[in-house]
Design a protein around this ligand. Structure first.
Ligand SMILES: C[S@@+](CC[C@H](N)C(=O)[O-])C[C@H]1O[C@@H](n2cnc3c(N)ncnc32)[C@H](O)[C@@H]1O
Length: 331
């Protein structure tokens, strides 16, 4: 068991927390929560820290938790903590829009005094980075990894050779994939794959991906995008009722909403009904569907077919909310 500290990406902190817990559940590990704060999650888990590395969309940083304190007295907290050899940098972050007066210089000095008794301080090329995350309490941790923002940005829709205005950002795409709780080597299908955003991220995360779209031109463009990012996924032209493989582990999808994305003027309800009934027939037992809807009434519709596990109202653009939901096929 190790104590892990997650610095979450805002403003949808509830979604960021659920993404982490779903990842742990997908890999069949256990956890107990130590403490949560706006933008912060501290957990005790038997899931190794490296299982999260470059897998999460909505975590800025993952750290080994050293301790939590309500004042700036770090002596008790650091007592007995062995950093192992190497240079150390101490950094502070105000989290979740935390506004209280906090003297970050003093925090660095106090902690620096204790740490420099055993390890040299080096801000430029340290072997270890100690972060103090400042929220209602002070969370001290040693960095394990940091989200590769540049890599995520390089795969945004505007940077794909074939693009359309209807694609989710890679960070939200990753969260949606993790919410489907894929385990090691699981297969994930996206029946409304469009330009391939979910297929690209899922492949980069190490899953076996497949996609379908009723629009042949989209599938051609999607193939171009997969090549550009050097990922492999099987693709099929067809309606949502035709492309989902039998006994699939997970379905993750960003369906049409009737705005920019094409529905050939078909009523959204009937497209979503076909998604739910196909998922009910083709998901393996205990398999999950993670999906985004424009209105809550479609979430309610899904309950006729599958068990609703969780739902998050998420701000995807300045004035646009969407429902990120997870359904499970029961025994
Ligand atoms: C919101 S877009 C998907 C965006 C995708 N995540 C991406 O990265 O580009 C919805 C896609 O659903 C497709 N579509 C619409 N109705 C469909 C149906 N009945 N069956 C399968 N695909 C459909 C559209 O052609 C469109 O490409």
């Amino acid at each position: 068991m190790s104590d892990l500290l997650f610095e979450l990406v805002g403003p949808n902190y509830g979604l960021a927390e659920s993404e982490i817990l779903a990842r742990i559940e997908g890999l069949s590990f256990d956890f107990t929560k130590i403490q949560t704060d706006k933008g912060i999650l501290a957990l005790k888990t038997d899931c190794p820290a490296e299982k999260f590395s470059q897998r999460l969309g909505l975590t800025h940083r993952l750290l080994y938790l050293i301790g939590i304190t309500s004042d700036e007295d770090f002596f008790d907290l650091m007592e007995g903590y062995d950093l192992s050899e190497g240079n150390v940098a101490i950094r502070t972050r105000k989290i979740g829009g935390h506004e209280a007066e906090t003297d970050t210089k003093n925090i660095k000095e106090q902690l620096g005094k204790i740490i420099s008794e055993k390890n040299p301080i080096d801000l430029d090329s340290p072997e270890h980075e100690i972060f103090v995350l400042i929220s209602k309490d002070l969370y001290v941790g040693k960095k394990v990894h940091e989200r590769d923002k540049k890599a995520l940005r390089s795969r945004e829709v505007k940077n794909r050779p074939y693009s359309s205005p209807i694609s989710l950002k890679p960070k939200l795409t990753r969260a949606l994939i993790n919410l489907a709780r894929p385990g090691r080597g699981d297969r994930i299908h996206d029946p409304f794959c469009g330009t391939g955003g979910i297929l690209i991220e899922g492949s980069k995360m190490g899953f076996e991906m497949s996609g379908g779209d009723k629009d042949e031109k989209m599938i051609e463009g999607c193939r171009e995008n997969l090549e550009e990012f050097d990922v492999d996924a099987s693709l099929k032209v067809g309606d949502v009722s035709e492309t989902i493989p039998q006994n699939i582990d997970c379905i993750t999808t960003d369906p049409p909403y009737g705005r920019a994305s094409s529905t050939s003027k078909e009523d959204l309800s009937s497209i979503y009904e076909r998604l739910f009934s196909s998922a009910q027939q083709r998901l393996k037992k205990n398999g999950h569907l993670s999906v985004i809807f424009p209105e809550n009434k479609y979430v309610e519709m899904g309950k006729k077919y599958l068990e609703l596990i969780e739902k998050h109202k998420v701000r995807v653009h300045r004035s646009l909310d969407r429902y990120f939901c997870v359904f499970k096929k029961g025994e």
